[in-house]
Structure formats: structure tokens, C-alpha cells
Design a protein around this ligand. Structure first.
Ligand SMILES: Cc1ncc(C[n+]2csc(CCOP(=O)(O)OP(=O)(O)O)c2C)c(N)n1
Ligand SMILES: CC(=O)[C@@H](O)[C@H](O)COP(=O)(O)O
Ligand SMILES: [Mg+2]
Length: 627
């Protein structure tokens, strides 16, 4: 590397002659490839925005000018150009650089992201703050074509075009979300991209319109109308122009001079500008160009072959077991309809979609719409299953409450990636779903202790005539054998795994296995410890809880969810209402009141004392206080 190490701040980039920029881009690609091949990360999105990011930093002056990166998974190039090359090898590692923009990490990260479609709203807010303060810097939102399918992006565009602030929206159009992008807007962008007559006619029409004479009154109005109708039919990006933006493009997103020229032009304009940039996801690395979805977010891999390193002994993931069970159950139950919000592979619904294409919908990055669309299906005889990552389901809180739970509709919500997800960090941990769903009347909540139980819970949910949710973690299951038949479970009934006379551990989900191991450690200290797989967070097994409170002096709850409003608080409340707390103390273990950072899940759990050793230590302290 020759050029990249000379850049300690974006101002250094200004000293690099334009002729050397392609070489710099090559060095950036190599660095990103090297680090993501070891640490994993969002490779293809970043390879696609190398020239785009270099051009932005060359033309604008950060940190005075501000860039908001939508989702933020494509911000690695920006990190490399803003003084973080030295720390780049620590990307996504515990204590290292975050994989997303973070205000606490750098003054160049003006707005934190991770969830999609927020950039236009945030950038508009920044532009309003600028104007209120009488300042004049540039504000740029960089948003992907996938992120543009999210409702909040539309809300932002709608408001920005109306307020008419000086604001630049750069659309990075690579025709991909994680999978192939979907929706009418995506088709519209494809038309702009592919119809060569647009570009030719645009130039010709613009020339013709300019040549029309300036004349007065009614003739001028007629000419104005003529111009408008011509523009409507022939000028690309008319949709965005109608939203109140000046449309520039489409621009080749790997052509540095074209990008810089367009950004220079946008900089001069004192109005909302929409720049349509065309890029190739994975650009410059063949395996990623060929399979951009496989290299959207990847684990470690071999650069030479593009082959991912995986452990062949690892048990099947929860997602895979869920995916297979759904295909099996969906064959018999033709009322089941599956909905994903742009994550068919991530949630495992892609397989259902292959078997039953007419009962499968990818709605784009539109969690809110997906849930309410499901509610509509449920109100008319179908049983929708909406599979979302726990963290992204936060978007659909009101839709779940107002459209689903309040109407007591038959509806299955499957929350994948519940609990700590690891390397993606605080924006992606599924740490809150038990809390925000527990407050919804009618909602039945199940948490499988292993992948086999997940199958039974899925069937239970699909046959339940009301709203229910099951939440399960990222990654491998425990490797337990799968029962030949999938059956339903009695709703609201827990399962005792071990008897004990002094302490009872009540756990849900991943914490069931932890509770077993914790009990072993405590028993080595001479204690008699029971273990219960609570299975249901709602309704709770009140009968079994009351019985336990008569047996043991300390009842411990364990969950991979926020302590605020979660399973443990539910247990505490139930025992309090039964008047049992005088005789039986409750200790809640879970995620405390903080945002958990990124890093390997095991390290994070250790820090939170949610591994068996940490949990045993906390419980032992509490037991000693009890005596
Ligand atoms: C609310 C929300 N839902 C889902 C996701 C998961 N997700 C991350 S990136 C992505 C695709 C984004 O596509 P696009 O904006 O076009 O960016 P590209 O990766 O193609 O550059 C999705 C669905 C998310 N981050 N936020
Ligand atoms: C950026 C984003 O939100 C997704 O790409 C996410 O990182 C995917 O996570 P998984 O690797 O768990 O599917
Ligand atoms: Mg895209």
C-alpha cells in the first residue's frame, strides 16, 4: 500500500492527484478484502461504493460537510478515509471498530445507523439545524436502492422535497437489497438504468427546451405546460423531480471523473438534489460480483477461492431447522402464508417460497407494511407467518399491537436473531422483543430451549387461533435429535428439567442450556438446584411458579433479553401478586440497562455475567445474602 497510509484525514485525500485515484481505490479494495476475509463483514456493499466514497470525500469537506450512511453497512471506505486505517484490522471485533457508523467512534460519523431507511430523515434534520444556526455546510444522505423501499425513506423524501432545503440524496442503485431488490420503485429504477432512449432523449429534450424563446403571458404559460409534459414523458427521474428534487443521473458509480463532476454540480445547487448512481455490488472481487447476496454479509473466507470457512461439525442453525419445519407444516396447512421483509435467505423463508411461491411474499424492507399486510390476510381466512429479525421487528411495534394483537388475529411472528447477535453489535442485538411484546394483551409468547422444541412451538403457533410469537437465536442449535413427528405443546405450560430444594432456575431460550450448566456449578458448591424450561413467557405457568415458590428460597430467572419488562419481571410480578415474595426471593438475570457493544457472543455474555460461571457467581452471592 502506497497511497492509503498517507491519508490520515479526508483533507489528505485532496492532495492526491486525480490520476492516482484509481490506484487508491485498488488499495482500498485490497484492504477491505483482507480484513473482511479474516473478521467477516459486509464485503459486497463496500466494494461497490469505493469510487463513490472517494469522490464524495474528494469533493466535499468532512467533517464540516456531513454524510449520513443509510444502514451504515457500506461505511468501511469512509472509515478508511477518515483516520481509521490503523484500527481497521479490529473491525467488528470486541473492543475494535464498529461495522456501522458510530458518533462515539469518530467525528466523521455524524449519525449512527444500522437499521435501514433513516438517512434522508436524519439528513433533513441536520439540514434544518444548519439553517436554524445560519450555517452553510453540505448535507448528504447516501441510501441504497434496497433501503429506499423502506417507508421511512418515503416519508423523508416527501418532507424534504416540500421543505426545499439544500440537501443531497445519493441513491446507490445496485439492483440488490440483500437478495434481488423488489417492488415497483425498483422496477422504475431499472427502467431509468436500462432504457438508453432516456439518456439520449433527455439531452435532446433539454436542448430543445432551452432553445424555446422567452415570451410573455399566456404564450409563456402554454410553453411552460408544453415543457412540463415533455419533461414528464422524456426526462429521467421525473418521479423524484415531482417530489421536489433536482434529479441528476444516472451516473456510472465506478467512473471517478463523472462522479466528481456530478457532486461538484450538486454542491452548487441551493435546493434538494437527488443523484442516481449506478454501481455493481461486490465490484472488483469476482466471487462477490457473481454472488453478491452471499457476500453481502459474510463470515471469514478464503480470498483465493471465495470459499467460506465453516465448521462441518456444527449443528444445524435454528434458522435451518425452522425453515425445514415450515416447509413440512406448510404442505399440510395450505392456509399458511409467509412474509419476509427483504430477508428471504436470512430468515430461511426462501425455501418456503420455492415450494409455495403463491403463498410467499417479499415486501422489501418494510416490516411495518409486512405485518399489517399479514393482518389483512389473517382477517380473511389465512394464517400469516411473518419472519423478521428481532431487532428489525422493533419497526413494527404499533402494527403488531394495533393491527394484530388488538384484533386478536391468528398470526405467527417468528423472531430470528433474538438475543445477542455478536459482531453486528448494539444496533442489531435482539435484546428487547420479550419486553415490547409482553405488554400486548392477547399475545402468546414462546421461547424454545433447543431447535427441536422450536419445531413444536411452530406447529403450536400455526394452529393457535390468535397472535403468537416465537423467538430464537442466531447460529447453531444445540445439536439435539429432532423428533420424527412435529406436535403441538400445551400453551402456558413449563417443563421441569431438574428437581432441587434450595434454588430454582427458571430459564427461557438459550438460557435453558446455561441454566443446566449453572446448576451443575452450584451443585458442586453443595447446593440443591432445580431447573425449569419456562417455554412460555406469556401466559406464564403460574401454577408451577407458585409450587416452586413453596419449595425453594431463591428463584432465579435467566433470559437473553433486557431485564426491563422481560421474562424475569413477568415472573416477579406474578409471584408478587400471589403474595409469595416474603418466602421466596426472586433474582432476575438478563441484559442490564445498557447498549451491548459488538464482539463474539461468548465474550459479550461473559462480560454480562450471563455465562454459566458468571451466573453461578451472582447466584452464589445472592444465596449467601439470603442466609
Ligand atoms: C429495518 C431494517 N430491516 C432490514 C435490515 C437488513 N438489511 C441490511 S442491509 C439490507 C439491504 C440493503 O440494500 P441496499 O440499501 O440496496 O444496500 P446494498 O447492500 O445493496 O448496498 C437489509 C435488508 C436492516 N438493516 N434494517
Ligand atoms: C446490515 C444488516 O443489517 C444485515 O446485513 C445483517 O448484518 C445481517 O445479519 P446476519 O448475518 O445475522 O444475517
Ligand atoms: Mg442495493
Amino acid at each position: 500500500m502506497k497511497l492509503l497510509p498517507t491519508i490520515h484525514a479526508p483533507s489528505d485525500l485532496k492532495n492526491i492527484p486525480d490520476a492516482q485515484l484509481p490506484e487508491l481505490c485498488q488499495e482500498i479494495r485490497e484492504e477491505i478484502l483482507e480484513v473482511t476475509s479474516r473478521n467477516g463483514g459486509h464485503l459486497a456493499p463496500n466494494l461497490g461504493v469505493v469510487e463513490l466514497t472517494v469522490a464524495l470525500h474528494k469533493v466535499f469537506s468532512m467533517p464540516r460537510d456531513k454524510i449520513v450512511w443509510d444502514v451504515g453497512h457500506q461505511s468501511y471506505v469512509h472509515k478508511l478515509l477518515t483516520g481509521r486505517l490503523d484500527r481497521f484490522p479490529t473491525l467488528r471485533q470486541y473492543g475494535g471498530l464498529c461495522g456501522f457508523p458510530k458518533r462515539t467512534e469518530s467525528e466523521y460519523d455524524c449519525f449512527g445507523t444500522g437499521h435501514s431507511s433513516t438517512s434522508i430523515s436524519a439528513a433533513l434534520g441536520i439540514a434544518c439545524a444548519r439553517d436554524l444556526a445560519g450555517d452553510d455546510y453540505n448535507v448528504i444522505a447516501v441510501i441504497g436502492d434496497g433501503a429506499l423501499t423502506g417507508g421511512e425513506a418515503m416519508e423523508g423524501l416527501n418532507n424534504a422535497g416540500d421543505l426545499h432545503k439544500k440537501l443531497i440524496v445519493v441513491l446507490n442503485d445496485n439492483e440488490m437489497s440483500i437478495s434481488k431488490n423488489v417492488g415497483a420503485l425498483s422496477s422504475y429504477l431499472t427502467e431509468l438504468r436500462t432504457d438508453p432512449t432516456y439518456s439520449r432523449v433527455k439531452t435532446e429534450v433539454e436542448g430543445f427546451l432551452k432553445s424555446l424563446p422567452s415570451i410573455g403571458s399566456s404564450v409563456a404559460r402554454a410553453v411552460g405546460r408544453l415543457k412540463d409534459s415533455f419533461k414528464y414523458f422524456f426526462v429521467p427521474g421525473m418521479l423524484f423531480e415531482d417530489f421536489g428534487f433536482k434529479y441528476l443521473g444516472p451516473v456510472d458509480g465506478h467512473d471517478l471523473p463523472a462522479l466528481m463532476e456530478t457532486f461538484e454540480k450538486a454542491k452548487q445547487l441551493d435546493e434538494p438534489v437527488f443523484i442516481h448512481v449506478l454501481t455493481t455490488k461486490g465490484k472488483g472481487y469476482k466471487p462477490a460480483e457473481e454472488r453478491p447476496n452471499a457476500f453481502h454479509g459474510t463470515g471469514p473466507f478464503d480470498i483465493a477461492t471465495g470459499k467460506k470457512f465453516s465448521n462441518p461439525q456444527a449443528p444445524a442453525t435454528y434458522t435451518k431447522v425452522f425453515s425445514d419445519a415450515l416447509v413440512e407444516l406448510g404442505e399440510k396447512n395450505r392456509k399458511v402464508v409467509a412474509i419476509t421483509a427483504a430477508m428471504p435467505e436470512g430468515t430461511g423463508l426462501d425455501v418456503f417460497g420455492k415450494y409455495y411461491p403463491d403463498r410467499f411474499f417479499d415486501v422489501g424492507i418494510a416490516e411495518q407494511h409486512g405485518v399489517t399486510m399479514g393482518a389483512g390476510l389473517a382477517a380473511n381466512g389465512y394464517h400469516p407467518l411473518v419472519a423478521l429479525y428481532s431487532t428489525f421487528a422493533q419497526r413494527a411495534f404499533d402494527q403488531l399491537l394495533h393491527d394484530v394483537a388488538m384484533q386478536n388475529l391468528p398470526f405467527t411472528l417468528c423472531l430470528d436473531r433474538a438475543g445477542l447477535v455478536g459482531d453486528d453489535g448494539s444496533t442489531h442485538h435482539g435484546a428487547y422483543d420479550l419486553s415490547y411484546l409482553r405488554l400486548m394483551p392477547n399475545m402468546v409468547m414462546m421461547v424454545p430451549g433447543d431447535e427441536n422444541e422450536l419445531r413444536h412451538m411452530l406447529k403450536t403457533s400455526l394452529e393457535y387461533n390468535g397472535p403468537s410469537v416465537l423467538r430464537y437465536p442466531r447460529g447453531s442449535g444445540l445439536g439435539v435429535p429432532l423428533d420424527p413427528e412435529i406436535h403441538t405443546l400445551p400453551i402456558g405450560k413449563s417443563k421441569r428439567l431438574q428437581e432441587g430444594s434450595q434454588i430454582d432456575l427458571w430459564a427461557v431460550g438459550t438460557m435453558v442450556d446455561t441454566a443446566r450448566k449453572t446448576a451443575d456449578l452450584l451443585e458442586k458448591q453443595g447446593l440443591s438446584v432445580g431447573v425449569v424450561n419456562a417455554r412460555f413467557v406469556k401466559p406464564l405457568d403460574r401454577e408451577a411458579l407458585e409450587a416452586a415458590s413453596h419449595t425453594v428460597k431463591l428463584l432465579v430467572t435467566l433470559e437473553e433479553n433486557s431485564l426491563a419488562g422481560g421474562f424475569g419481571e413477568g415472573v416477579l410480578d406474578a409471584l408478587n401478586r400471589m403474595g409469595r415474595l416474603k418466602e421466596c426471593r426472586v433474582l432476575n438475570l438478563g441484559i442490564p440497562d445498557l447498549y451491548v457493544p459488538h464482539g463474539k457472543r461468548e465474550l459479550l455474555l461473559r462480560d454480562l455475567k450471563l455465562d454459566p460461571e458468571g451466573a453461578a457467581d451472582t447466584i452464589l452471592q445472592a444465596w449467601k445474602e439470603e442466609l
